[in-house]
Design a binder for this molecule. Structure first.
Ligand SMILES: *Cc1c(COP(=O)(O)O)cnc(C)c1O
Length: 446
């Protein structure tokens, strides 16, 4: 049924990047859109499939960003496309809280079944990661009748007023956008590369600081929720040391605090598990999903213990577009793709391939301070050689070089010195190796 013709999975440049058509189109972009919107690569996309983006000048670019970890199942995945076409012809909207439809119910059933834990779960669907975070906080506060939310250094949770408050980094996310929502408390995040000691020491130190802050500065009985990204995304793919999150979850349970995992970037097979918390057999009270959930359509979910999710009065939750039927159809297609194409295992394999290439590169180029991540969520932190001082100039130069050769990579990091790799999980080994070859050329060119 799909009418999409796939692109050959190869990098191919027919003009400079950006080409003449993109340059013209970007002029119109500048005229028509707010400069407040950033742009990772100045080319305009005409079509995409699997791990290749085709621009309007005819260049084929390797996609190592997946639209920020969204098209985990590949660009224009056939099961997503087919289900979307079928749904758009059936109906496009009723509003789930006006008249329900099966797609929404089925996505929630899937979320309840796929997320960790055997307890009874319930879900809601909304439009974006930020809206899901907002709802998770809303529900946790309603359930606990407490106000305080504990968040971490280097965290990113979105761009709405509440989620800006939850986010750590000022520039560009918060600068000039205050005042921010109250009752948000930021605690240290164990960032192994910049902390002193072995993993066990760092874990113990971090737990001591976090719990002391909660008890002395907030009062545990005032805390509604602890909100954490199992691997921090925009913060620079910071992986907490083993044991940190499980100990926090235990502390939360002991103190009537809702433990919320923001799996917006880590979820849906990205890290070589369906959800990143599975790596430590962690069972959060609530789990927030978005990005990779629907193969590129806007959808997000909040899944949690039934007693928490059901604590809200009727019509206390909702929204006009949340869980749109087309987005739900796309999510069912994406989840089916993850299962049918064994993309959880595929993400782990990508992690091995990327990890090997990046560590080999680190041996040659001491400005690569650390290689870290899990599965198809890998990053390198760039430093001034022989120190841990951020090397933003090198990051920018490497990204620019890769773009000029047709490889799209994204940046991240509190200190703006991290290059992150988030390829679609269907990327071929050939394309990965080709992209890593370009990355190596980029370092050689510095
Ligand atoms: C992207 C992201 C969000 C916000 O999602 P949007 O869909 O952009 O609103 C929240 N949390 C994390 C961890 C993210 O990576």
């Amino acid at each position: 049924m799909t009418t999409v013709t796939g692109l050959t999975q190869e990098r191919r440049l027919v003009t400079a990047i950006p080409g003449p058509k993109s340059i013209e189109a970007i002029k119109r972009r500048t005229e028509a859109t707010s400069q407040g919107l950033g742009m990772a690569i100045p080319v305009v996309i005409e079509r995409a499939s699997d791990a290749i983006l085709l621009d309007i000048d005819g260049n084929q670019i390797i996609d190592l960003g997946s639209g920020i970890g969204v098209v985990n199942v590949g660009n224009a995945a056939s099961r997503v496309v087919d289900r979307v076409i079928e749904q758009v012809q059936a109906f496009t909207h009723t509003c789930f809280t006006v008249a329900p439809y099966m797609g929404y119910i089925e996505v929630c059933e899937k979320l309840n079944a796929l997320t960790p834990g055997t307890h009874k779960k319930k879900s809601i669907l909304v439009n974006s990661g930020a809206e899901a975070v907002e709802n998770a906080v809303k529900i946790a506060r309603h359930y606990t009748k407490r106000a305080a939310i504990v968040v971490f250094e280097h965290s990113y949770h979105g761009r709405t007023n509440l989620t800006m408050a939850l986010t750590a980094k000022n520039m560009p996310y918060k600068e000039g956008f205050g005042p921010f929502a109250p009752e948000i408390y930021r605690v240290p995040m164990p960032y192994s590369f910049h902390w002193v000691g072995d993993q066990a020491t760092i874990t113990a130190d971090a737990l001591e600081m976090v719990i002391s802050k909660i008890e002395k500065e907030i009062g545990a009985h005032n805390v509604a929720a602890i909100l954490i990204e199992p691997i921090q995304g925009e913060g620079g793919f910071i992986v907490p040391p083993k044991g940190f999150m499980p100990a926090l979850a235990t502390y939360a349970a002991d103190n009537g605090i809702v433990f919320i995992a923001d799996e917006v970037q880590t979820g849906f097979a990205r890290t070589g598990r369906m959800f990143a918390v599975e790596d430590e057999n962690l069972v959060p009270d609530m789990i927030i999903t978005a990005k990779g959930i629907a193969g590129g359509l806007p959808l997000a979910g909040v899944t949690g213990r039934a007693e928490i999710m059901d604590s809200v009065h009727v019509s206390g939750l909702g929204g006009t577009f949340g869980g749109n039927p087309i987005a739900c159809a796309a999510a069912l297609g994406a989840i089916e793709t993850i299962e049918a194409e064994a993309l959880v295992a595929r993400a782990a394999h990508i992690g091995t391939v990327l990890g090997q290439s990046l560590r080999a590169l680190q041996k040659k180029y001491p400005i690569i301070g650390e290689v870290r991540g899990r599965g198809a969520m890998q990053a390198i932190e760039l430093v001034e050689a022989g120190s841990k001082l951020p090397n933003t100039a090198a990051m920018n130069a490497v990204v620019k070089y890769c773009q000029s050769k047709g490889v799209l990579i994204l940046t991240a990091g509190t200190y703006s010195n991290v290059i992150r790799f988030l390829p679609p999980l269907v990327i071929t080994d050939e394309l990965l190796h080709d992209a890593m070859g370009v990355l190596e050329e980029a370092f050689a060119s510095l």
